[in-house]
Design a binder for this molecule. Structure first.
Ligand code: WQD
Length: 339
């Protein structure tokens, strides 16, 4: 199959592109490199022993997006491209709605024109908002609480309305929990620009000496050790989930939505401990007040993906930290971009 991967130079996109190549697919990566590096694509080619058709471009450029479909005989699309920093989305909502929602509308127009109607969309557990009901099932009403999360929720609505209106579409919405880890080679991994918003890349930068300590946002949550609990999932398991979704949907139409999580929660302190074990060094941290908008706990009901896709996360928190550490320690400055 020939698969277009938007945002395929990014963290989850590059790992999924590698999985697609290893599964025998041909891949076109369309990425504006705003928050990623073409070096990641080069390394994916090296790991797979197979070329990627890489095209730098922006989904907001409708002509360029049309051109990709006109020039390549695409069978399906996996759509990762999007901005994803919650804090930044609060400061710059228009940038997020334009980039994420308008960009997706352009992509859908190009797909429609080309008669390509198989789409896997990179959604997020953030669409569940401040739901207290744990674990989180896909049937929960959505209630995102920040502009980033609302772009994901709106795109999910757009996609289900589209497939309602035109039953030829086959659409899968994948709701990721907290992606961490890296390919076992240590050659590709998460390379956030500037100060990492997320816990594990921040912990990794402390472990490698780029930052002096972890700030733990809140130790007064109603959890076992008082720190926030999340469902961390290995990026390789996440990539496998995309391949399983593509296989499942290929001969079906309609809209499918699956949680991609482990179904298990780990606290901030448990993550710091596991990473310290993996890196073989202590990781300094200090407690600070809760981060506004953070929930005490969030973890997936991952049973539907197992039942329908035959997919479940295989890797442990220890493996996530070991693989993340191998990437970070082999690439202290990421893909050598000045952060
Ligand atoms: C995890 C835990 C923090 C940083 C976000 C997005 C979500 C998705 C995944 C895109 C929380 C604590 C964090 C730090 C800390 N992204 N923490 N110190 O907030 O669960 O989810 O990333 O789809 O949309 O909301 O992930 O890694 O930011 O936080 O104590 O420096 O670590 O309070 O308990 P989060 P996170």
């Amino acid at each position: 199959m020939k698969v277009l991967v938007t945002g395929g130079a990014g963290y989850i996109g590059s790992h999924t592109t590698l999985g697609l190549l290893e599964d025998g697919h041909d891949v076109i990566v369309f990425d504006n490199l705003a928050n990623s590096s073409v070096e990641a694509v080069r390394r994916v080619e090296e790991l797979a022993g197979k070329k990627v058709d890489f095209r730098e471009g922006n989904l907001l450029d409708a002509d360029a997006t049309d051109m990709v479909f006109a020039e390549c005989d695409i069978d399906a699309v996996i759509h990762f491209a999007g901005l994803k920093a919650v804090g930044e989305s609060v400061e710059k909502p228009l940038m997020y709605y334009r980039n994420n929602v308008v960009g997706t509308l352009n992509l859908l127009d190009s797909m429609e024109k080309a008669g390509v109607r198989h789409l896997v969309f990179s959604s997020s557990a953030t669409v569940y908002g401040a739901a207290e009901h744990m674990p989180l099932p896909e049937s929960l009403p959505l209630d995102a609480t920040n502009p980033y999360g609302r772009t994901k929720e709106q795109i999910e609505d757009i996609l289900s309305d589209l497939s309602e209106a035109d039953p030829r579409w086959s659409i899968t919405l994948l709701r990721y929990f907290n992606p961490v880890g890296a390919h076992e080679s240590g050659q590709i991994g998460e390379d956030p620009q500037g100060r990492p918003n997320n816990l594990v890349p921040f912990v990794a930068q402390v472990a490698v000496g780029r930052r002096d300590k972890v700030v733990v946002f809140g130790n007064d949550y109603p959890t076992a050790d008082g720190t926030g609990v999340r469902d961390y999932i290995h990026v390789m398991d996440l990539a496998a989930g995309h391949l399983a979704a593509l296989r499942y949907m290929w001969k079906k139409t309609g809209t499918f939505r699956w949680n991609l999580g482990t179904g298990r929660g780990s606290s901030v302190l448990e993550v710091i401990e596991a990473f310290s074990e993996a890196a073989g060094r202590s990781i300094p941290y200090e407690f600070a007040p809760r981060r506004p908008g953070d929930a005490a706990r969030s973890y997936a009901d991952a049973s539907a993906a197992l039942t329908h896709l035959g997919w479940s996360a295989q890797r442990s928190l220890a493996e996530m930290c070991e693989d993340h550490w191998r990437w970070q320690s082999s690439n202290p400055s990421g893909f050598a971009r000045e952060n």
